[in-house]
Design a protein around this ligand. Structure first.
Ligand code: ACO
Length: 318
């Protein structure tokens, strides 16, 4: 049994916030943000619009793209670090919004690597016969956990959601070929949120030692791509497309240089989406599928790095 992507979709809130607007909030400039990160603008969820609303919209588009309805789905997995509530899982809230009263739904929390972790788990469940058709969603409202007075972090993030429909298909051709995930809790102080139900009974704000995270990200992403390709018995040079987590254009460029990738093989949406954490990989992939770059049969490597640290990669034949 293999899991094959049957549909993909994404959603961005209407409100676009430019770097110019950022410079009215904190001491920064459009040129600093663009030079250091490649980010020009980000989308911000409206008041009263929650992670489940963004995830629901992305799931709806992915179902439509697959030519399916929620009746055909028996599993919903949501990767998020900004759930609507501490519990229940945002996945169950989306399940209800989709009108589903069957199947199962749960959340996964691996920060910016959440979508890759979600693919790792969903793929394993499908292969083991635990689900026939799943919606895997990455959805975030990071704007809600930013310290809007900290210029080192608030300029980097945005809100959004992306989703794929994965279907169990018999045979050994195509679909998700390999997933490989890693973590190392020793670095958790470099990137974390300083609140939570058990420690502080608050939601907290994102804290990051950006330049330290940057160095780890480049090294670990390059290695995990090599490891994932090796385990799938594929040469990195044979991969058609790379869909990275969209944290910073300089990270994308540095990884591409290490792995000798052509810049045009690397899908980049960071300029317009900023870092949408677990949503960034499916958001970027949706753009490249819908504009015709990623075609049926192409070999695609997804990868991400985030808080924990967590990191990972997934190789698939689209
Ligand atoms: N505008 C202007 N100046 C700024 C800003 C800003 N928005 N932010 C920081 N600066 C200043 C700093 O205060 C510092 O000033 P100083 O030299 O006077 O002290 C100077 O710029 C340099 O700061 P650095 O942090 O060394 O800048 P760097 O080139 O490393 O860029 C950045 C910072 C963009 C955060 C970068 O380090 C980065 O992108 N890191 C990786 C982030 C990432 O990958 N996150 C992924 C995971 S996110 C997740 O999992 C939730």
């Amino acid at each position: 049994m293999r899991s094959v992507i049957k549909g993909i979709g994404s959603y961005l809130p209407d409100r676009v916030m430019t770097n110019q607007e950022m410079s009215e909030l904190v001491e920064t400039s459009d040129s600093w943000i663009q030079e250091r990160t490649g980010i020009c603008e980000r989308h911000i969820a409206a008041e009263g619009q929650y992670t489940s609303d963004l995830g629901y919209e992305a799931a709806r588009v992915a179902l439509e793209h697959a030519g399916l309805t929620s009746k055909d789905i028996d599993l919903i997995v949501v990767a998020t670090s900004t759930p609507d509530l501490t519990f229940p899982a945002t996945a169950t809230i989306i399940q209800e919004k989709l009108g589903m009263h069957h199947g199962a739904a749960f959340d996964i929390q691996a920060v910016c690597s959440g979508f890759i972790y979600g693919m790792h788990v969903t793929n394993a469940l499908i292969r083991a016969g635990g689900a026939k058709r799943a919606i895997l969603i990455g959805a975030e409202t990071f704007s809600r956990i930013l310290d809007w007075t900290d210029r080192g972090t608030c300029v980097l993030f945005g809100d959004g959601a992306g989703a794929v429909v994965l279907e169990a298909v018999e045979g050994d051709e195509g679909g998700v070929l390999k997933t490989f995930v890693r973590s190392d809790g020793a670095h958790r102080d470099m990137l974390y949120v300083d609140g939570g139900p058990s420690r502080t009974q608050t939601v907290g704000h994102l804290r990051m030692l950006g330049n330290q995270v940057f160095k780890h990200a480049v090294t670990d992403i390059a290695q995990v791509i090599r490891d994932c390709a090796e385990q799938a018995e594929v040469e990195v040079s044979d991969i058609d497309w790379f869909v990275p987590h969209q944290a910073n254009q300089r990270i994308l460029n540095a990884v591409a240089k290490r792995l000798k990738l052509r810049p045009e093989q690397v899908i980049s949406t960071v300029a317009h989406h900023a870092n949408t954490s677990a949503a960034s990989v499916p958001l970027a992939m949706d753009v490249a599928v819908k504009d015709g770059r990623i075609k049926k049969g192409d070999l695609v490597m997804l990868e991400a790095f985030g808080g924990g640290f967590t990191w990972g990669a997934a190789l698939l034949r689209y």
